[in-house]
Structures are given as C-alpha cells and as structure tokens.
Design a protein around this ligand. Structure first.
Ligand code: ADA
Length: 560
C-alpha cells in the first residue's frame, strides 16, 4: 500500500511496488547486467552497488488498457519514465511524488522503464555531496490506476473553526479532464455524517477545481496530540447514476495559530520535545518499510517525544500517515541542507526549491500532524544575495497554505539578516560540542539578539537542532568527545538548560539515529556517519536514550 489506508474503492489501483523489477546499471564494470531487485529500494543496498552514483534502469511489466495514471511516491534523484519505449514523465527531486497519464493503451502487457540518476551535477541544484546520504533508486511506492476521461486528482480540506458539535472547513476538490472537450459530471462527497451531492458540474479540458466551498461537518471530533481523531473524506464522480471514479483522503480537524511568542494548537501553546530524523537505515537506505518507520516512531514516543522534524526533505507519505495516527507533530521542510550563496547563481536553484515546496504542500496538505513548513536549512541567511530566495519561498508557502506558519533553521547567528521574514525564529545550536559555551548562555545570547538587534520581533523562538556525537559502544572513563558518556552528559545539560529557558517554545534533538553521510564528508564524520543519533543506525540505544527519556517524559506537551 502506498498509504496506510485505501485511497480508492472504485478506481482500480494496482501497486507496482512490492515486487521484483529488473535493475541494470548504465555505467561501471557491470553496465548492462541485469539483476532482480525489490522495489521500492535504494541501489546502495544491492551487493556491489554500495557507492554507485550514476544512471541506472528499472524495468517491469503491467497489464492494462485504456487510460492509465501512473503514480510515483519518490524516485531518487532524477527520473525519466517510459511506457512501451515512449517517455511519459520526467521528474526532478527524490522526495516528492509525481504522476503521469498515458492515454489509450491497447489491451495487453506493457513495459515500464524508469531511468534513475543520483549523480551530482549542476542540473540537480539541491542534490549535492552532503552530511547525509543521497541514495539512488525507486525509493518509494509505485502504482498504476485505470481512469476514464475525467478523474479526481486531489482533495484539500482546510479546517476553519470548531463549532458546538463539529467543525466548519473549506473543501476543495480538484479534477482532471484529459479530453479536449467539456465534460459534465455529478459529484458526491462524504465525510463522517456529512454528505452532499452536486449535479451537472461542467469540467473544462485540463486540470481544474470542481468544487470549493465551506462545509459544516457535524459530529467530527478535534485532532490533537492526545486524541488524534482522523476522518476519511471520499469524493465520487457519478455519471448516469453510476460512479465513474473516486478518491479517498484522510484529514483531522485542528487549528494552528501563532500568537506573540507561542504556537497554539486548538488554543493551547505547544511545547516541542522533538527529534530531527533522516530517512536512513543500514538495511534499507532511505526506503524504509512501514514497520521500520513505525518502530522509529515507537522509540520516539517511548522517549517522551512529541514531534519530528523531517530533516532535510519531505518524507514518505506513509510516515506522515503514521504521525497523524500517533498524534506526533511534524515540522516538514523542503529539500535543502546548507550551502553558500553562490548556489543562487545556479539557474536551477530557486526554481527547484519552489518546485519542491509546491509538490510538498499540494500532496501533504491534509496531514493534521504537519503544523509548520520549513525552508532552506542552514542556507545563506546572512547574505543579501540569498535574501530574495527566502522572501520568494515564504511568499509561495503563504500563497499555497495560509493556515500553517513557516520558518527556516538558521546557524548564522548574529549575522542573520532574514529574521524578519519567518513566522517562527529557529536556531540550530551545538553548545558543548562545536562551541565551548553553555546552552543557557547560547540561547540567551540568541534570544536577546533576535529581539533587540536581529529584527526577529517577539515571534515564537525555537531550537531546531541541538545535540552531540557518540560512537555506539565507545565507553570510556575519560568522558571525552565521541564517548557515549560525553554525549549523555551533554544531552543532560543541553536539554535541562534549554527547557528551563521558558521563552523558548521547545527543541529538536539532532538527531534521532546515526546516519550514513556522503563519502565526501569523511572529515569529522567517523565511520562515514553522522554519529549524533540517540540510537545508532541499527536503532541500538546509546546511554543518552535514558537521559532524554527521563527529561522529556516529565515535560508536558503544552505551556500551561
Ligand atoms: C547542521 C545541519 C545538520 C547536521 C548538523 C551536524 O546543523 O543542519 O544537517 O549536519 O549540523 O551534525 O553538524
């Protein structure tokens, strides 16, 4: 399953992932050889391809006829899709879904080939050697769907207000008419106890909005961390009394607001006890199966965590589904980790950042767990050249979603010139690790500067990274850096000091688990890993696990 729930009961969807495909590298000693591999997967997990960075081909067959919609949840990093030898889609960026419609297929067996490239080049401005591993492969689910002349493309539900016995929400239904003529259809929508029908809607050729209105949903309960109530919304197209297509999505009703210095969910000021997490696992690369994702979230919950930051890219939708179900808040961010302002000279840079933002918000809009959108982690927020990128990207987010705040995790400290732009001020700090300073001093210095000189006003103030490294199993009485003892003691000090600073609305630990990094990052990265995980890459608990658990567990989810 591509999600944790069924998205169609009428439209026939067939999953192409969850089976073996043919894989063939295009370069190196093995160029042209074919091996059978499971999809989804990363090729770095196939023997002999641990460091393969080039193009490769994945091929499979499927039986269909008529109009077919292909859906890819994520191909890392660039994808070209061919059906029966003809290019039908081309997509940049590993971490967002994309689709393609192929019309009028003859009945029978068809071939699908996906050419995948994870190389580093100027064309892929956001895919660079980095402090995490950028894997290659069809790393998330794939399906094909049989569709008619018009099909439901998306549903957005925007909760507006809780009423006595339910919620008022805006509902938007998006439809795609793949013919050259106007089509007429009836629409039926159901959520919980509320259903409505619109007859005789006319749909112009191309993509359009079929319905947009405010609807009162009677009897629905509010979504919260403690009560993650979720509801399926089902839309159906009806012609001559028969359902021709359907789409089911899931949402939760809750309100996110930013007050002077806090973020409120349903009117209560949230206190973030979070973890930054990369999609990374020694056995699966970034293509974690559902059970491995659920295991990570169980560990996070066990430690008393209430939030995940999807550093540094949009995550698999099934992970977001699980967060919705478990009441875990999500900071989701587009794909970028650090870089100098000369990246702005790359003509692809801004366009690709905006493309990821657009796809992330369009596809992930209904997840109640996402409470904030992030952009450009540790980019050049100290540079006048980069400032227009921040302005443009915040403007785009606000245009696409006016209900959630936005922010950017900065490490530029007193040189930052973009603090006036976000809704929330966010800092990545490493006291006792990269900097010989206490966490209390560092946070106070930043808080005072943000308000007095940094133009940050009195917005909510958040620590988006704090942590220290430790090699699993490296114990020593000298308590030096890289020992589990040093990490545990450092986390104890960092968390205690930051959590005592009540002006700060919370923190994200860097990071949940140890991760593989690109081999170019070997310096300061023993084992070619970023070792700041509270658990190691196999999810074995370091000494700091119990420290975090002790401190997070007694800290409430809200400021009150
Ligand atoms: C930064 C960055 C992370 C990671 C971290 C570290 O804050 O955002 O991706 O590289 O530093 O471990 O140094």
């Amino acid at each position: 399953m591509l999600r944790t729930f069924l998205t169609h009961k009428i439209r026939k969807q067939t999953e192409l992932s969850g089976r073996l495909w043919d894989f063939s590298p295009r370069e190196g000693d093995r160029a042209g050889q074919v091996i059978k591999v499971a999809v989804p997967s990363c090729w770095e997990t196939y023997p002999g391809f641990e460091n393969y960075r080039a193009e490769a081909e994945y091929t499979t067959e499927f039986e269909a006829e008529g109009n077919v919609r292909l859906e890819f949840k994520g191909v890392s990093h660039m994808a070209w899709v061919y059906v029966d030898g003809k290019e039908v889609a081309k997509h940049y960026n590993a971490y967002t879904p994309f689709d393609a419609v192929v019309k009028d297929l003859e009945p029978g067996i068809h071939t699908m080939k996906v050419v995948v490239d994870n190389s580093f080049k100027e064309d892929y401005a956001l895919n660079r050697p980095n402090d995490y591993m950028s894997y290659g492969g069809i790393s998330r689910g794939v399906a094909f769907e049989e569709i008619g002349d018009i099909y439901l493309e998306g549903i957005h539900v925007t909760p507006i207000e809780a009423k006595d016995n339910g919620w008022l929400a805006k509902v938007e239904i998006f439809v795609n008419n793949i013919t050259d003529e106007v089509q007429v259809t009836d629409l039926e929508v159901v959520l919980h106890n509320t259903g409505f029908v619109k007859n005789g809607l006319s749909v112009a050729p191309g993509k359009s909005v079929l319905f947009s209105d405010e609807v009162f949903f009677e009897g629905v309960k509010t979504w919260s961390m403690e009560g993650p109530n979720l509801y399926e919304i089902s839309a159906r197209l009806i012609k001559n009394g028969e359902a021709t297509d359907d789409l089911i999505d899931r949402t939760g009703f809750r309100k996110v607001e930013v007050t002077k210095d806090r973020i409120l969910i349903n009117g209560r000021a949230i206190r973030i006890k979070g973890f930054c997490r990369h999609e990374d696992h020694p056995q699966y690369g970034c293509a974690l199966p559902l059970e491995a994702m659920a295991y990570d979230l169980n560990l996070i919950k066990d430690m008393g965590g209430n939030s995940v930051r999807t550093s540094h890219y949009p995550n698999d939708e099934r992970f977001l589904d699980l967060c919705d179900e478990l009441g875990i808040l999500v900071w989701e961010e587009h794909h970028l980790r650090a870089g100098d302002d000369d990246l702005c000279d790359n003509p692809n840079f801004e366009r690709q950042c905006e493309q990821v933002i657009e796809e992330m918000i369009t596809y992930h809009y209904n997840h109640p767990s996402i409470y904030i959108w992030g952009i450009m982690n540790e980019f050049a927020s100290d540079s006048p050249k980069a400032r227009p990128c921040y302005e443009a990207q915040y403007a785009l987010i606000r245009k696409l979603d006016s209900t959630r705040p936005c922010s950017s995790a900065s490490c530029k400290f007193k040189k930052d010139i973009c603090m006036d732009l976000p809704d929330v001020v966010s800092w990545n700090i490493y006291p006792y690790w990269y900097e010989d300073i206490t966490a209390a001093e560092k946070i106070d210095e930043l808080y005072t500067w943000t308000r007095d000189e940094g133009n940050g006003g009195d917005k909510p103030f958040l620590i988006t990274e704090i942590g220290a490294g430790a090699i699993y199993g490296f114990r020593s009485h000298d308590h030096d850096k890289w020992t589990e003892e040093y990490q545990a003691e450092t986390l104890e000090k960092q968390l205690t000091e930051v959590m005592a600073y009540t002006q700060c609305m919370g923190l994200y630990i860097w990071q949940f688990c140890d991760i593989r990094v690109n081999r170019e990052w070997f310096m300061n990265r023993p084992r070619i890993r970023n070792n700041k995980g509270i658990v190691d890459e196999f999810r074995r608990r370091k000494l700091s696990y119990d420290v975090v658990r002790r401190l997070f567990s007694v800290c409430p989810n809200y400021w009150e």
